[in-house]
Ligand binder design. Structure first.
Ligand code: MLY
Length: 333
């Protein structure tokens, strides 16, 4: 037993070592430097994941390890969502006002009559202090209004005329011209989904013109930029990232997509340059899913244990077999 124990321990150690050595994990994927200070009830501002163009008033509803369940004030609990405590998508109270972003007030308040001081007072609550937000500041060369060509991530076969609709540190909000904001997404300058004006022509690929364009087949950037009075994002602003270092069969810890409160033992089932297919160990391959390699819900082996989060072992696995997955049998995490 002790031999297989030490064998599996060294196996999981070398697995996590090889993971951290060969991968450049994003800040939100790796183990945070500090313990998070967030407590249930504290209020903050952040992006509504179902409306990425909107900043909302949020309350910490639950804390597990360094993950937070956030509640959108005034809205039903079914809109609650989970983030890592060091997420770039959450900000301290007052951030929107200071950085000239529109803050969507809690249901029942109008934009003009929402004020943090009186809201905290009337709800008898406290704002999470700025020191709890540990996402490192960064910048990018994009500014609001710049035009680009971007993959529609809901229709990944389409590369479309798009605009930088918002900028937050090194993140840009991609908006598709004349489409509703449900297609919008945040990404950084190294994203493989964004390209400078002229990229499609260079690649010999069709470019999807703005919705309602009078002559979509004959779309010409020069004319469109003149008509809209906008500039193209400079090619130097695009800093395409290197392909990820994940390999098929690498083990990892992945948030359960159906119940994001849970993190499961998982395996890389397939790879592309910037994406990977995740398999939940012990579950049907019907639950496998493709995602971007920088998804904040993927973590290296050992992440749960080190951050104090339970880890769901593969169903039906014995304590010994879960050991080889990097799971601690005594604490169950
Ligand atoms: N079949 C979809 C395609 C929408 C594409 C939107 N993109 C370009 C932002 C539709 O027509 O609704």
């Amino acid at each position: 037993l002790s031999l297989s124990l030490s064998l599996s321990l060294s196996l999981s150690l070398s697995l996590s070592l090889s993971l951290s050595l060969s991968l450049s994990l994003s800040q939100s994927q790796s183990v945070p430097r500090m313990k998070s200070g967030f407590k249930v009830g504290l209020k903050l501002e952040g992006i509504d994941p179902s409306h990425p163009s909107m900043f909302c008033v949020l309350t910490v509803a639950e804390v597990i390890g360094c993950r937070l369940r956030l509640h959108i004030d005034g809205y039903a609990e079914c809109y609650d969502f989970w983030v890592n405590a060091d997420s770039a998508e959450i900000r301290p109270a007052g951030w929107c006002r200071e950085h000239h972003h529109k803050l969507h007030p809690p249901k029942g308040y109008s934009e003009t009559d929402f004020d943090w001081t009186s809201y905290l007072q009337s709800t008898g609550s406290q704002a999470a202090p700025p020191s709890m937000f540990t996402c490192r500041p960064a910048t990018c060369a994009f500014t609001v209004g710049m035009k680009l060509e971007a993959v529609d991530r809901k229709n990944p076969g389409l590369v479309c005329v798009a605009t930088v609709a918002d900028v937050m540190d090194d993140q840009i909000l991609v908006h598709f011209d004349n489409w509703e904001d449900t297609y919008d997404y945040w990404c950084d300058s190294s994203s493989p989904y964004i390209h400078p004006v002229g990229w499609c022509e260079e690649q010999g690929r069709p470019l999807t013109a703005p919705q309602g364009h009078p002559n979509p087949e004959g779309f010409v950037w020069e004319e469109y930029l003149r008509e809209t009075g906008c500039g193209a994002a400079p090619p130097s602003a695009f800093t395409l990232r290197a392909p990820h270092g994940f390999q098929v069969n690498h083990r990892l810890e992945a948030v359960d997509r159906r119940n994001p409160m849970l993190i499961r033992v998982a395996t890389v089932a397939d790879i592309e340059d910037h994406r990977l297919k995740v398999h939940y160990d012990g579950w049907s391959t019907a639950f496998d899913f493709w995602c971007d390699a920088d998804l904040c819900d993927l973590h290296p082996v050992g992440w749960c244990q080190r951050t104090g989060h339970p880890l769901e072992p593969p169903p039906g696995s014995s304590p010994l077999s879960s050991l080889s997955q990097g799971v601690c049998p005594t604490t169950g995490c």
